[in-house]
Design a protein around this ligand. Structure first.
Ligand code: LRH
Ligand code: MN
Ligand code: MN
Length: 406
């Protein structure tokens, strides 16, 4: 993209009342974590296809994640999942990340792949299993300390398949009891994010089925507990941006797992289906970043942005790059809404004017802005192309097939 394109774009945006230098500063701050598990083999319940060149251990997953950061300049941390990323020496894993120019981000306990958790983890009727689940959560706090992470990201598969299978209220209380014991062990700098999902693997009820349940638990626990919104975890047509605005207003929005879906928890590349949805979510955040209330602004500044995607068919590293590009694109567009114009239209109850204020930003082509931003940052101007021609994809083929999978 030439300087001429950027200059023209800047003039057009200035005429709309938008300062592109301010937008670039905001883009600079946007950091999106990649998930270690998104670099491993994955699939559906029907088949996990093995790809060539998949990382064989957590160290190689970090190496692949570092490539995403190298080209996008915006994904400097990597979430880990325990025990998928279990190693003997977490300090060594941290040092390896640092040597690659990335760091370890959220630590995700795994309470869904052990036979003992068939009927629940923290919600199991058996106190010994509840204790085992709590011990794993505490182990993960210890791992977070070792890798210098301050985010514990919690998702519970706990749920049931049939009416009458379990006592909802007993489980609710066991869940809260376990989380409280975990909460009490967090360091002051740490926070725990509670992720909800309306179904799967439970096909009848899930203990944290929606944002209200996660929000209620986070409120009962205290200021170090917040809600995590995975964009794939809602019934069809849920207004996620409304949930996001509500949580921001309550200062309880802890983080995101971004991904795209058409039907259920599809874990596809961000923005692949309904890019307008991710734009509208990010637009609520941009509004909160400019809110007169400092508490709302502070929540907006502290959101942990993460990808949570699993690729069945496509190569992993470029899929991750595409998602980061798509988040950046939608965030850049969200920053192009003229908030004064929007507020004026809202005050005047000018429905069409307000809708136009939002829509006109979505329709802008932000390529010149993103390319200028990346160039200034020293990242690749065209991350996907740069990765494809870098030779890294060919180099890792020597790892062969049969890498890490879950
Ligand atoms: C559950 C989920 C959760 C898990 C991840 C692998 O569907 O979104 O975040 O940790 O997938
Ligand atoms: Mn998730
Ligand atoms: Mn999910």
């Amino acid at each position: 993209m030439s300087d001429r394109h950027y200059t023209l774009f800047e003039e057009q945006q200035q005429a709309r009342g938008i300062d592109l230098e301010a937008v670039k500063k905001k883009l600079q701050k946007l950091q999106v974590e990649t998930p270690s598990w998104g670099f491993g083999d994955s699939g559906t319940r029907f088949k996990v296809f093995q790809q060539e060149g998949i990382p064989r251990d957590p160290f190689e997953k970090l190496e692949d994640a570092a490539q995403v950061h190298k080209h996008t300049g915006s994904s400097p941390s990597v979430a880990i999942h325990i025990p998928w990323d279990k190693v003997d020496n977490y300090k060594g894993l941290k040092a390896h990340a640092e040597s690659l120019g990335v760091s370890i981000g959220a630590v995700n306990p795994n309470l869904f792949q052990d036979d003992d958790y068939k009927f629940g983890s923290l919600t199991n009727t058996d106190p010994a299993i509840r204790r085992k689940a709590l011990d794993h959560l505490l182990e993960c706090i210890g791992i977070a300390r070792e890798v210098d992470s301050n985010v514990l990201s919690l998702w519970f598969a706990d749920g049931t398949n049939y009416p009458g299978q379990a006592d909802f209220r007993k489980r609710k209380n066991w869940m809260l009891e376990g989380l409280k014991s975990m909460y009490d062990e967090l360091d002051d700098s740490m926070r725990m994010l509670i992720e909800y999902k309306f179904f799967e693997p439970g096909f009848y009820h899930t203990d944290f089925a929606d944002w209200g349940m996660a929000f209620n638990a986070a409120n009962k626990l205290g200021s170090k507990a917040e809600v995590l919104v995975d964009t794939g975890h809602h019934p069809q047509a849920t207004n996620i941006e409304h949930i996001v605005a509500y949580l921001l207003d309550e200062q309880k929005l802890g983080g995101f797992h971004f991904n795209s879906r058409k039907y259920a928890d599809d874990d596809l590349i961000v923005g692949a289906h309904d890019p307008y949805e991710i734009f509208l979510i990010l637009q609520q955040i941009v509004q909160a970043e400019e809110d007169p209330d400092p508490a709302v602004r502070q929540n907006a500044e502290n959101i942990a942005y993460m990808l949570d995607q699993c690729h069945n068919l496509e190569p992993k590293i470029p899929a991750m790059i595409r998602s980061i590009e798509n988040v950046q694109t939608m965030y850049a567009k969200a920053c192009l809404v003229n908030l004064e114009e929007l507020r004026n239209a809202q005050e005047k109850q000018d429905v069409l004017g307000a809708e136009r204020a939002i829509r006109s930003a979505f329709e802008a082509d932000v390529t010149p802005l993103l390319e200028a931003f990346r160039e200034e940052k020293g990242a690749s101007v065209k991350p996907m192309d740069a990765y494809r021609t870098s030779g890294y994809g060919e180099k890792i083929l020597s790892r062969g097939k049969g890498g890490a999978s879950w």
